[in-house]
Design a protein around this ligand. Structure first.
Ligand code: NOJ
Length: 746
């Protein structure tokens, strides 16, 4: 009896641990088991291989060898192939010409849109608007699924704190909670509530894990972090993505504790499978199994394949290590067949969840493709998203918004770019379909004068602006009422393999701005970038500065909306903007240290030649209206485990514009068993306030929201004692209330 009770308890615990991302019927599960029974070893290994297609001027192509492999059942998934017709034809080969007819899975990097390109993910995160972000992912899924895709390699949920790292543009910035919220929103947007729905696609939480901690912001570089930092900072957005149902995870290129992620049993099995109970499948990043040879943890690719599958990898992206070596590894007894079977099962379950066994062609639908890809309503949504993602960094004397009768001189190397507007990782996005700042602004400022800079290279080293163009821009500026200068990075300056050692505006852009300023005309600077830049001097030169990021297909229209006040900017920074590169890494949730900054004490933690504070803090951003905050209040000053505190703050719109305000709530645990950050984001609320309107915004705070990982590095912990609660419009403009936590249990 006791034995049965224990078994029952075990089953209960196990079930609650098992995070079921694919909800299959018993019949589907039985069919998969029956299918695996029928499969030869080669057919099983085939399911573990993911290969890329190429792209020709006329569309996607598959190398001859790969096509033969598809026919032979040696490939389970293809990426980068898209468009309904092409994928349908290729699917036909898998379904009709292979022995078992197992459908292919088609993946692609649909990161911020398929064809209708939304703002880059870092920009979307600046909206702090999870509803909007979810909707953007839903639209991306609707377009890409119609074009034959089943699976996106997104969301990228790597916490990123070093702006030198080009891939900061793909994520949600430096904060764990904001990043987790964005991860959930994106997974829900891509996957919807039913993966078998023809308009939803599988999500992939990447890059597992700690890729964002690459030393010195250099892509693919070593990561060396403590387990505490891994678990407190880098893992939570992955857990959030999993809890939201993310069907797949992608390994990262980097090592963690001396082991590359694609060979890390600790990450892929101990944490992901055992601690979290994940039942989706794990794909590697591009050739990252092979790269373990160069990392120096295995002598050859055969060993790498063994290490990887035994660590918990299910699918090999492009490396062909399973393809080349798994058969020999299994037949010589070096890898157990059950390990392969388990990986096959996870992949087949994903295919079943997508409904591919019922109808392998349901996602390749030319009619839907025509109807939805770049649909007008998607462009409208992209325009709204772009408006909500632009951060107003400066607005001296309320120079913005501008009336449309202004004589504008539009200058700067990005003013007429279409391609750069859609940013890196733009999937099938086409520069020619994007609205440039010039096109967007011309429609609202009829007397706009533009000085072309289209032929300038923007790579920071080559000629970036020449004297003649700078002079022409200055001449035009002298005749104008106001100057709008479009400066920043080109799209290929951030993203993968796009790390930088300097964060100033590249090339001669600063020189251009200095000369424009010298004209005495009001200078509005629009900054396009995929990362935080060092903007101190730019800010000093500008009367207004708008951070547009890379806004997507509707860039120019959204910029016009914001500059004219049609849209009142409401975005807030998801990453700290440093004063200088020397401050990097800089993020708001730093630790206090034993010698916190003290201007009067040389032996305190500071620089000799610069401040500790950033140029623009996490959470910072302006709007056109003026919002004033009253003092925050708590419903009680003492609480224990089962009690909630209501923490509230009221605010008023004292300006002339309707304003969306993001009220931010933070906390600090000043004395704990392990050091804690000086500030941590708890949550936020967005309110729309009409001129004159007052609102009271409140949140519920409970002990669970305030825990940290205790001395064992794993157990959520909170001791009795003082907790500081903060509320306000940005991480550096907060008001504090203190409460006391009384722990009643042990
Ligand atoms: C390498 C990148 O790191 C990853 O994010 C991407 O999904 C794959 N390439 C496929 O394009």
């Amino acid at each position: 009896m006791i034995k049965y009770a224990l078994l029952f308890l075990f089953a209960l615990t196990f079930c609650s641990l098992q995070a079921q991302v694919f909800k299959l019927t018993p019949k589907q599960e039985a069919d998969i088991n029956a299918l695996i029974e029928k499969m030869t070893l080669d057919e099983k290994i085939g399911q573990l291989n993911l290969f890329t297609s190429d792209w020709d001027v006329t569309g996607p192509t598959l190398r001859a060898g790969y096509r033969d492999d598809v026919k032979a059942g040696k490939v389970g998934a293809i990426f980068n192939a898209h468009t309904a017709k092409y994928n349908r034809d290729l699917q036909r080969v898998a379904v009709e010409e292979t022995r078992l007819g197992i459908p292919l899975l088609f993946g692609y990097d649909v990161i911020h849109g398929y064809r209708t390109i939304f703002p880059i993910p870092l920009a979307e995160a600046s909206s702090w608007d999870t509803v909007m972000v979810q909707e953007a992912a839903r639209i991306a899924a609707r377009e890409s699924s119609a074009a034959g895709l089943h699976w996106t390699f997104a969301p990228m949920v790597d916490v990123a704190r070093d702006p030198r790292w080009g891939r900061v543009m793909e994520g949600s910035g430096e904060d764990v909670n904001l990043g987790s919220a964005m991860a959930r929103a994106r997974v829900r947007g891509f996957q919807g509530t039913d993966l078998a729905d023809e308009a939803t696609i599988l999500a992939c939480a990447k890059h597992f894990a700690a890729y964002g901690a690459a030393k010195a912001g250099r892509d693919y570089h070593t990561v060396d972090i403590s387990d505490r930092v891994l678990r407190e900072t880098y893992l939570p957005p992955f857990k959030a993505a999993m809890d939201a149902g993310a069907g797949t995870f992608m390994t990262s290129f980097n090592e963690v504790d001396g082991m590359p992620a694609s060979g890390s049993r600790y990450l892929l099995t101990d944490i992901l499978r055992k601690e979290w109970g994940y039942d989706g499948f794990v794909v590697t990043d591009y050739t990252s199994i092979n790269e373990m040879v160069k990392h120096g943890v295995v002598a050859n690719e055969r060993q790498a394949a063994k290490l990887s599958i035994e660590a918990g990898v299910d699918m090999d992206m492009q490396g062909a290590t399973f393809y080349d070596h798994m058969s020999a590894l299994v037949t010589t007894g070096k890898v157990e067949l059950k390990v392969v079977d388990q990986a096959v099962k996870r992949i087949l379950r994903a295919k079943a969840a997508l409904g591919l066994f019922e109808d392998p062609y349901r996602y390749s639908d030319e009619k839907r493709q025509k109807r939805y890809v770049l649909a007008p309503e998607h462009r409208t949504a992209a325009r709204e998203a772009a408006g909500k993602s632009m951060v107003l960094l400066r607005n001296d004397k309320n120079i913005l918004p501008l009336t449309t009768d202004k004589k504008v001189a539009l200058v700067g190397p990005l003013a007429e770019s279409q391609y750069d507007m859609i940013g890196a990782w733009h999937a099938d996005g086409q520069g020619k379909e994007a609205i440039s700042p010039l096109t967007g602004l011309k429609t609202v400022f009829p007397s706009l004068q533009h000085v072309s800079a289209a032929d300038f290279k923007l790579d920071g080293t080559a000629k970036y602006l020449d004297n003649a163009r700078i002079d022409a821009a200055v001449d035009a500026a002298k005749l104008a009422d106001v100057i709008i200068a479009c400066v920043g990075e080109k799209a290929d300056m951030s993203g993968e393999a796009a790390s930088r050692t300097m964060l100033e505006l590249p090339g001669r852009q600063l020189e251009l701005l200095r000369k424009l300023k010298a004209t005495g005309k009001p200078l509005i600077v629009i900054v396009f970038t995929g990362r935080p830049l060092v903007l101190g001097e730019v800010a000093g030169l500008s009367d207004a500065m708008l951070l547009a990021w890379w806004p997507g297909t509707e860039a120019g229209n959204a910029i016009a909306d914001v500059l004219t006040g049609e849209v009142n900017p409401s975005a807030r920074l998801p990453m700290t903007f440093p004063r200088s590169l020397g401050q990097v890494p800089i993020h708001y949730d730093m630790k206090n240290t034993g010698r916190p900054m003290d201007a009067d004490n040389k032996y305190s933690s500071k620089y000799l030649d610069g401040k500790n504070t950033p140029l623009y803090a996490f959470g910072y951003g302006l709007g056109y209206s003026k919002i004033t905050y009253a003092s925050p209040k708590v419903s009680k000053t003492t609480f224990s485990e089962n009690e909630n505190i209501t923490f509230s703050i009221s605010l008023q719109n004292n300006g002339d514009y309707k304003q969306r305000e993001t009220v931010q709530f933070y906390y600090r645990d000043p004395i704990a068993l392990r050091t804690r950050p000086v500030l941590q984001l708890l949550t936020w609320r967005q309110v729309d306030l009409a001129p004159g309107q007052v609102a009271s915004v409140s949140i519920t705070v409970k002990a669970d929201d305030l825990t940290y990982l205790g001395p064992d590095g794993k157990t959520p912990t909170l001791e009795s004692g003082r907790i500081e609660l903060f509320a306000g419009p940005a991480s550096d403009k907060l008001q504090k209330v203190e409460v006391n936590f009384n722990k009643t249990s042990n």
